[in-house]
Write a protein that binds this ligand. Structure first.
Ligand code: GDP
Ligand code: IMO
Ligand code: MG
Length: 422
């Protein structure tokens, strides 16, 4: 049995959904521990594409139980809609298959309004949020004004919490409180069969030696503590967040699996030293279909940054890396890896600077690797990869000092190379 955490090592969209789906085949429980429907995790099975936002990416297996942990923020209307969409695609979500933490916080209409109002206020300094109300909901949680899933089950409690809120904020005032109370109470009634003490459930499964996978959303560089603040999301996407967001002890975790794209992307604002605002970037956008799963925005693309991967390895305690989208580099004659930065004052640095003012002026120093210039998307054995592709993979592993356990060469399940466990 194993309790593993899966985390994004970059700015999100590393292919966590695909890898979660692959690993879930040998798992009993898949647990989301932070974020909300800002996430967009794509799983492709045969000719079907599933875009999952709140529901864990293990949901496509009949015998896998999925959990939305206490660290997640839930928009109940969105969750019910996501369940309905899955049902239409033949995936019926029963209370045996999905369990929702009673203490997860709820995204309410005024959080959505605040999210967009705050972005407008930021003028030139926009974060480029997904507009799903994530930041304001976590703000309410931390300031102890939040409304939790269990509050939806009592109209009296819900009314007390909504009416007693500080309504000084004009955006909130303009919303019909009674309508919200009635609507959210009804959501609570519909979700009631799914609501449990998920920490108790997960720990019982651990005691029964089941295989458990904790699925992170977003990525290390979007983490509220360790990311490129303030251009981050409002939760702990890193492995530490898995303990608080699922209600398990750190001593229960066996492996921390980092998902790394073979190049780098970012949606939203903020500095990106290896960004390629040129033909290379355009090629990566097109070949990698780099458009946001949640907002449809075009993703910014650039070369792989191993300072970032080393940082992610340290912050998360990575025990292995799954390298995704290697096939996207197929046609390139030369591939660049950034392993050092030059700061504005001329220093050469090997570690990611924490000060964003320094980070944003860093110039990447690249090493050039010859490309393999052939289609690798049908290769399923490591031995069959072209030599230059093997060299690229091994070089990344060496620079980051973490073993690579899986290589993904396409969005489908079978487009996956499992490396032998050492
Ligand atoms: P997540 O947020 O980390 O789950 O990633 P997204 O689903 O938002 O974005 C990853 C995109 O790349 C999705 O469209 C996947 O279907 C696709 N994808 C995943 N792995 C691979 C791969 O190895 N090669 C290619 N070409 N596409 C992939
Ligand atoms: P997955 O799980 C990529 C980005 C937004 C914005 C910042 C803050 O699919 O990898 P928020 O709405 O969270 O307050 O936005 O974080 N962001 C993501 N970028 N993938 C995601 O999720 C993201 N979730 C949020 O674009 O820059
Ligand atoms: Mg995504």
């Amino acid at each position: 049995m194993s309790v593993d955490v899966l985390v994004g090592t970059q700015w999100g969209d590393e292919g966590k959904g695909k890898i979660t789906d692959i690993l879930a085949a040998n798992t009993s429980l898949v647990v989301r521990y932070q974020g909300g429907n800002n996430a967009g995790h794509t799983v492709v099975v045969g000719n079907d594409t599933f875009k999952l936002h709140l529901i864990p990416s293990g949901i496509l297996y009949p015998n896998v139980c999925c959990i939305i942990g206490n660290g997640v923020v839930i928009n109940p209307a969105f969750l019910l809609e996501e369940m309905a969409i899955l049902k239409k695609k033949g995936i019926t979500i029963t209370p045996q298959k999905l369990k929702i933490s009673s203490t997860a916080h709820v995204i309410l209409p005024f959080h959505l309004n605040l999210d967009s109002a705050e972005e407008t206020d930021r003028k030139q300094k926009k974060i480029g949020t997904t507009g799903k109300g994530i930041g304001p909901t976590y703000t309410d949680k931390i300031s102890r004004n939040g409304i939790r899933i269990l509050d939806l089950l009592s109209k009296k409690t819900l009314r007390k919490k909504i009416v007693n809120r500080n309504w000084d904020n004009l955006i909130s005032k303009s919303l019909d409180q009674e309508k919200i109370i009635e609507e959210y109470y009804q959501y609570g009634q519909r979700l009631k069969p799914f609501i449990i003490d998920t920490s108790l459930y997960i720990n019982t499964a651990i005691d029964q030696n089941q295989n458990i996978l904790l699925e992170g959303a977003q990525g290390t560089m979007l983490d509220i503590d360790h990311g490129t603040y303030p251009f981050v999301t409002s939760s702990n996407c890193t492995s530490g967040g898995a303990c608080t967001g699922a209600g398990i002890g750190p001593n229960k975790i066996n492996n921390v699996i980092g998902i790394a794209k073979a190049y780098l992307t970012r949606v939203g604002e903020g500095p990106f030293p290896t960004e390629q605002n040129n033909k290379i970037g355009q090629h990566l956008i097109e070949k990698g279909a780099e458009y946001g799963t949640t907002t449809g925005r075009q993703r910014r693309c650039g070369w792989l940054d191993t300072l970032m991967l080393r940082y992610a390895a340290r912050i998360n305690g990575l025990t292995e890396i799954c390298l995704t989208k290697l096939d996207v580099l197929d046609q390139l004659q030369t591939i660049k890896i950034c392993n050092q930065y030059q700061t504005a004052d001329g220093r050469i640095i090997n570690e990611l600077p924490l000060d964003l003012e320094v980070f944003k002026t860093c110039t990447p120093i690249y090493e050039e690797i010859p490309g393999w210039e052939q289609n690798i998307s049908q290769i399923t054995q490591y031995a069959d990869l072209p030599n230059n592709a093997k060299k690229y993979v091994q070089y990344i592993s060496k620079l980051v000092d973490v073993k690579i356990s899986l290589i993904s060469v396409g969005s489908k399940r079978k487009q996956t190379i499992h490396l032998l466990k050492t």
